[in-house]
Design a protein around this ligand. Sequence first.
Ligand code: 2DT
Ligand code: MG
Length: 215
Amino acid sequence: SNPNLQSRGALVVLEGLDRSGKSSQCSEIVSYLQSIGLATELWRFPDRDTAVGKMISAYLSNESNLDDHTIHLLFSANRWEKRDKRSLMEEKLKAGTTLIVDRYSYSGVAFSSAKGLDFNWCKVPETGLLAPDIVLYLDITPEKAAERGGYGGERYERLDFQRKVREKYQDLQDASWKIVDACLPMEEVQKKLREHVLELIKACQNGKPFSHLWL
Ligand code: 2DT
Ligand code: MG
């Protein structure tokens, strides 16, 4: 490996429709990576614990209503605010920590554009954020996802809307995406995710450079 290039952690994003299994798979992969001695943290967006995150949470649970553009920008702000001194995403990665992130800018664009907002307008506020090294997309049809039951009753958790979100996700796919069939048994899904992530971590340790959205 090139000694001039810095060993760093990997920025891994999981995306998918509601009930695609993202959150469980994220937890499992984090436990696995930690168990083999790799510094790893679980992040998620929205981060509902910040001031902005509390506004988002109120909106999602229908306790408040906001204009579609306004909530879009709040979701984006919730990603930008994670650049503050203590939690700076890039600092963590540079220190060698791998981040497993449950949703990111792709959710931002897919969900807002599925409401009818302009696709490119939705991408603009994300411009300049750190780009994931990989996007692991847990692919499931909205019908199959709904069969899993337990849509929590939050805004967006409706079959017709999830159909539109899936189409928008398809328009966002690029070379950094790996599509994983979310209907395989959970262990099989986890196995595929681990393979992708371990290969990527190696590349990052060997100095894979950072890139930024939407280059
Ligand atoms: P969770 O169920 O994962 O908490 O997500 N969403 C998410 C957006 O509309 N824009 C965004 O930028 C992000 C990150 C997807 C709550 C919902 O919020 C949607 C589902
Ligand atoms: Mg949800």
